[in-house]
Design a protein around this ligand. Structure first.
Ligand code: MN
Ligand code: MN
Length: 463
């Protein structure tokens, strides 16, 4: 055997999908049209749940009925407080053989309005914000923003807000200094380029028509318009959840259109691919549990985040209905914690370790552990779990790669994996490599999106 032959036999390198399977580009592009639509219609966790329910209902799913009895191929879902969702296709095997669980999150970094947000200063009306999730604050200045959310009025009625998305809608914006006057600001640390209390959003510039005895006429005009559009008053902000998110739509990136650029791809890219795979599966071997969860970006807290017991309770319900021991169900289950990873960025090579990074265009990325400072806060999947997932993907011809989130001690991060593991479930992270993660405009390779979908489909179908 020549050295070259031996090298091929013993060595391993992850292939470039576009070089190995150029014929897949077209199918990946087609798949991503649906993904772009999902991104455009789901800019908040609530909107993602709404869109997912629409898709699930159309695919024959019905709300889980505790008094019904289900057989292989039956499809159900459960919504948690309009912000998270679980979908299931019943399998042929008894529940004690374990579930195939796939969890992605549908919340993304953004600017939330403070409880008392509206004020006027020197003839301009603003919203005060408190950012949600890990953002680089300087990136959010001068970005067109849309206003999304819900507000409950005095009479108890619920009003949904989505302003800044349709053609002709007004948008909103955080201002930044002109370079001519930014001498002092430019000397700040980048993390303070824009400070938290500087993330103030311009919402108005004109005074209310009748200004007699009115102190803040511009603020009043903004309130009058909010009242006209949504029936709300200033007090109603206290009964609202309003999220300011980038106003633009998902688009193709590059002359070759090989990538998608959009807000919120972390982690709606895994949510969409998981949902599509869930809907595709007919009569799987194992019962599936597809979770679209909330609050991952702030530590999976709250009762719509994975740290709460809502998933456990759902699985307990399934077990009770089937007369199965929930402990047996959980201990035999396998879960993908489906979340994005940082794609290697050649411009900022020093924070990556090139042999252990994921690359745009090499497929979905299997992440054995996340965490920081010695894997702290990670799940660290076992060799056994890695072997099971790798076998499923290899047998289905999925292009996958392995990668860490950056070089050792360069930073780090966490996912829902640790909370799934707390239920005594085997779990590993899998997702799409992303460039500019958490920025108002994130990039993903269409081929990676498509192969993540293929991975999820294989995961649900495999015996
Ligand atoms: Mn994520
Ligand atoms: Mn994230």
């Amino acid at each position: 055997m020549t050295g070259k032959e031996l090298q091929k036999k013993l060595g391993w390198e992850f292939p470039d999908i576009a070089k190995k399977y150029p014929e897949q580009l077209e199918e990946a592009g087609r798949f991503c049209e649906g993904y772009k639509e999902f991104l455009n219609e789901g800019k908040t966790e609530r909107e993602c749940v709404k869109k997912a329910v629409e898709l699930l209902e159309a695919a024959g799913y019905r709300p889980l009925d505790k008094n019904a009895s289900y057989t292989a191929g039956d499809k159900v879902y459960m919504v948690n407080r309009d912000k998270a969702l679980i979908a299931t296709t019943f399998g042929r095997e008894p529940l004690e053989k374990g579930l195939r669980i796939n969890g992605a999150h549908i919340d993304s970094p953004r600017l939330d309005l403070k409880p008392n947000p509206l004020y006027e200063k020197e003839g301009l009306a603003y919203f005060k914000t408190h950012y949600y999730g890990g953002i680089r604050k300087y990136q959010w200045g001068t970005v067109p923003l849309a206003m999304h959310g819900v507000v409950y009025l005095e009479d108890g009625s619920k009003v949904e807000i989505s302003l800044g998305e349709k053609e002709g809608d007004p948008v909103f914006c955080v201002t930044d200094l002109l370079p001519h006057l930014a001498g002092e600001q430019s000397g700040r640390k980048l993390s303070e380029g824009l400070k938290g209390e500087e993330l103030n959003i311009v919402v108005g510039s004109l005074p209310y028509e009748d200004q007699e005895d009115v102190k803040e006429a511009v603020k009043l005009k903004a309130l009058a318009l909010l009242n006209q559009y949504y029936g709300m008053t200033e007090k109603d902000f206290l009964r609202a959840e309003i999220e300011m998110v980038p106003a633009y739509k998902a688009v193709d990136v590059g002359l070759d259109r090989g990538m998608i650029g959009a807000y919120g791809q972390d982690d709606r890219v895994c949510a969409y691919t998981a949902l599509e795979a869930e809907m595709d599966v007919k009569e799987p071997f194992y019962t599936t549990v597809t979770i679209l969860t909330d609050k991952e970006e702030i530590g999976s807290v709250g009762n719509t985040g994975l740290h709460s017991d809502y998933v456990l309770h759902y699985i307990e319900t399934l077990a009770e209905m089937a007369g199965a021991d929930v402990k047996e169900v959980l201990t035999h289950s396998l879960c993908l914690s489906s979340d994005v990873n940082a794609a290697y960025d050649p411009t900022f090579a020093s924070v990556y370790e090139s042999r252990n990074s994921s690359y745009a265009g090499k497929g979905c990325v299997l992440t054995k552990y996340t965490g920081a400072r010695g894997k702290s806060g990670s799940n660290d999947a076992s060799a056994e779990t890695m072997a099971r997932v790798i076998r499923i993907m290899d047998e289905a011809g999925v292009c996958w790669q392995a990668g860490e989130l950056g070089a050792v001690d360069a930073g780090g991060g966490g996912t829902i994996a640790q909370f799934v593991a707390m239920m005594d479930v085997d779990v590993v992270d899998l997702g799409v490599p992303i460039l500019s993660m958490h920025a108002p405009f994130e990039l993903a390779s269409k081929l990676d999106v498509y192969h993540t979908y293929l991975a999820f489909r294989a995961f649900y179908s495999a015996s």
